[in-house]
Design a protein. Structure first.
Length: 126
């Protein structure tokens, strides 16, 4: 597990990415944080979820992308408990370095799947 200060900093960075999306909200629940749009969760911040010792962000991905990402880089990606088989993937945030542009891309992709079309349209395209 990473230290508390580093953990706070990573949650702050993730929160900034998530809450920059239209209509996004943050909800703390049972030792983790859910980022929602309306009633749908588009990202979870997990810290030592069920004692696994891992800090990560979990996002919804396109069909079979979770397995592809995990196979391509099992040190960074893993199948999160419970939601993984339903199309979610976890990206570890407890590594020495985190590619925050990758985190942003993953979060945005998940948001686009969960948000109403009118909010997705507000994003525009880079």
């Amino acid at each position: 597990m990473i230290d508390a200060k580093r953990n706070r900093e990573r949650l702050q960075k993730l929160t900034k990415i998530c809450l920059a999306l239209p209509g996004a909200a943050m909800e703390e629940m049972h030792g983790h944080v859910a980022f929602k749009v309306g009633k749908k969760t588009f990202a979870y911040y997990l810290n030592d979820h069920h004692g696994d010792g891992i800090v990560s962000v979990c996002c919804k991905v396109l069909a079979a992308d979770n397995k592809r990402l995990i196979e391509a880089n099992p040190r960074r990606f893993y199948m999160p408990a419970y939601i993984g088989p339903r199309g979610w993937v976890a990206l570890r945030l407890d590594r020495a370095t985190v590619d925050w542009s990758e985190v942003q891309e993953l979060v945005r992709g998940s948001y686009e799947q969960m948000a109403p079309k009118k909010l997705v349209q507000q994003l525009g395209r880079d």
